[in-house]
Ligand binder design. Sequence first.
Ligand SMILES: Nc1ncnc2c1ncn2[C@@H]1O[C@H](COP(=O)(O)OP(=O)(O)OP(=O)(O)O)[C@@H](O)[C@H]1O
Ligand SMILES: [Mg+2]
Length: 160
Amino acid sequence: MSYPQASYFANNEDDTAKLAKDLAAAVFSQLPADAVIYLNGDLGAGKTTFSRFFIQALGHSGSVKSPTYTLVEPYELESVNIYHFDLYRLADPEELEFMGIRDYFGGGAIALVEWSEKGAEYLASPDLVISINITLSGRQFQIEAKSTQGAALLQQCKCV
Ligand SMILES: Nc1ncnc2c1ncn2[C@@H]1O[C@H](COP(=O)(O)OP(=O)(O)OP(=O)(O)O)[C@@H](O)[C@H]1O
Ligand SMILES: [Mg+2]
């Protein structure tokens, strides 16, 4: 079965913020459904930048640091729990089993996952895959729905 996809060009971080806010609004309107979002792209593509705007749009007022060393950073917000993963430094996907990865998915929580390919089969499958490519003038986003719920999210997003 094929699901919809969309593309979006961000000239700068303000444009990334706009996309993140619109996607956060779509996710918010579907709560309490859980959502798993993979963020793909090279080092420095802008995955954490997108995550920061997305998490703040859902009500987090503090900073959002890169979870590169901690693997996961939790945000327990009034509206929803968000788990922001960065698996770049994961040596062996089995480590995810030891950290109780299953408890992070489901239960109405949102998971944002940078470097999902390092987590292999231990991760929940995504509802959306956002791929970011660095171009000369900014960032090209490709957003693919991977589930019925992801398709609904994409349809509701104003930005695409
Ligand atoms: N839309 C954008 N336009 C221009 N620059 C951007 C944009 N988004 C992010 N950047 C810049 O790209 C740099 C790297 O961003 P970020 O840390 O978000 O990347 P990342 O994909 O999370 O990298 P890593 O794989 O190392 O975690 C930052 O300096 C940020 O300011
Ligand atoms: Mg990052």
